[in-house]
Design a protein around this ligand. Structure first.
Ligand SMILES: [Zn+2]
Length: 468
């Protein structure tokens, strides 16, 4: 199935489901945000073409997106919004298309929310062609604030670039880098500097072995280990040499040799033309990692302008292996040089997987809550936030949570003379002190009377019964 996204970020709540409501039928689902939805971004559930954007009866304004079958089919309606997409625009699944209308008057007089409809085929009147969106959104991804996961770009560098400016490349938005370590047993003199620079400027980086077919796989792997000095650097094999006859067996032996020494293996750089024309297009399913293919576009310029797209034929699987990384030009203008440039689909999460780093916790990650149930981090944070608000209100007064900024001026409780709980306890404490003092005085007086009774035998004689 093609990508499907929730129309709001993780942490949203269903404020009114699809179905009978107040004697009528609600042909959509209302989605909001705990604490208010005004102005929140709204995202396309699937890819498609915007067919309506603007005023619509009953909705204030709406956005309607027609989804071709390749994008999952159907038509989705986003009501009570301020459109950002325009009619005729092609949008990606998870791309922002609107914000929630902040004016209650255009939200049916209730708090701002998104009214989402899902039509089976084309935009249809209320009836059986309008479906409950929630079952269709089961398992949908949460959109990121920027929209769909972005394809990211990286570079592979060698002695050919001399002292390459990695800091500049990172500043230009390049997300990952590799640099040649050895070619056969020959050491790239720029590796130690490149390692230092990549570690300083890149989260995702590694080294590569330019495989020499006239060098034994073990000799080559040992040469790399000797030069690197440890196995903390993930290794890319660059398999395109013409000093001999390449083969699947040879490639697998080189991958095994690198892994046997303790290195993590990045996707293997294996251009499709080389695999087909020099290796006879063998089955690659025994390779322990994916492929780093090459397929060059012409011209020069920044990576994002040269990139031929996530649907480009360079991404087609080869030998039963998926393409993880696509080198799409050797003349991209990066870091002040013309250089190889590579794309990774799926953004930084995918980079983290390829470079064997655990991704930072995402709002869409699933964690176990105190009841033992799986929830997203966003939902858990929303729940914690809600409970924290209740605690603030209980201690400081019913509207204290709505104050902007980090300081708190208690709004107070009417039954506590508009004091906060703390101020009320402090006040009560003062009253208790006063009462305690009064009690002590009373006790003293009783003591005096008691002493008087004991020391004066005549006291009370006048009280003897009459008649004696
Ligand atoms: Zn609704």
């Amino acid at each position: 199935m093609s990508a499907r996204f929730w129309p709001l970020q993780g942490g949203h709540v269903i404020t009114s489901p699809f179905g009978p409501r107040e004697g009528r039928f609600h042909f959509g689902v209302d989605i909001g945000w705990p604490g208010g939805s005004a102005g929140l971004p709204v995202y396309a559930c699937q890819g498609g073409t915007v067919v309506r954007a603007g005023p619509a009866r009953g909705f204030g304004q709406w956005v309607v997106i027609d989804h071709p079958d390749a994008d999952g089919g159907g038509t989705t309606v986003y009501g009570h919004v301020r459109p950002q997409a325009v009619v005729g625009q092609r949008v990606q699944a998870g791309q922002q298309v609107a914000v929630i209308e902040p004016d209650r008057a255009f939200n049916g007089g209730v708090a701002p929310h998104l009214h989402l409809e899902w039509h089976r085929h084309v935009l249809s009147p209320p009836g059986p062609e309008v479906l409950d969106p929630l079952p269709l959104l089961a398992g949908a991804a949460y959109p990121s604030p920027e929209g769909a996961p972005m394809t990211v770009f990286g570079i592979d560098v060698s002695n050919n670039q001399d002292a390459f400016d990695f800091a500049c490349a990172a500043a230009e938005g390049i997300a990952f880098a590799t640099h040649k370590v050895v070619e056969g047993t020959w050491r790239d003199p720029f590796w130690p500097r490149a390692r230092e620079q990549m570690a300083a400027h890149f989260e995702y980086w590694g080294g590569y072995i330019y495989c020499r077919l006239d060098t034994h796989p073990d000799t080559e792997a040992d040469a790399a280990l000797d030069y690197i000095g440890d196995t903390s650097v993930p290794i890319q094999l660059d398999y395109e040499d013409d000093h001999g006859t390449p083969s699947l067996a040879d490639l697998l032996a080189r991958a095994d040799a690198v892994r046997a020494r303790g290195f993590a293996l990045l996707p293997v750089y294996l251009p499709r033309w080389y695999w087909r024309e020099h290796m006879g297009a063998p089955d690659l399913s025994g390779l322990p990692v994916g492929i780093w293919n090459s397929h060059y576009v012409t011209g020069t310029g920044p990576a994002h302008l040269l990139y031929p797209g996530d649907d480009h034929s360079g991404w087609e699987a080869m030998g039963g292996k998926h393409i993880d990384i696509l080198q799409f030009s050797s003349t991209a203008a990066i870091g002040g040089q013309l250089i190889d440039v590579n794309a990774v689909r799926g953004g930084r999460d995918q980079l983290a997987r390829l470079f064997r780093k655990e991704p930072d916790m995402q709002l869409t990650d699933i964690v176990i809550n105190k009841d033992g149930n799986p929830v997203t981090v966003a939902d858990l944070l929303a729940s914690i936030d809600m409970h924290a608000s209740w605690v603030v209100d209980q201690l400081a007064g019913p509207d204290s949570r709505h104050q902007p900024g980090p300081t708190l001026d208690p709004t107070g409780w009417p039954q506590l003379e508009d004091k906060s709980v703390v101020d009320s306890v402090a006040s009560a404490h003062g009253k208790i002190d006063a009462v305690t003092e009064t009690l002590a005085q009373v006790q003293d007086k009783i003591q005096v009377i008691l002493e008087h009774l004991v020391t004066d035998p005549y006291v009370g004689r006048h009280r003897k019964p009459e008649g004696q």
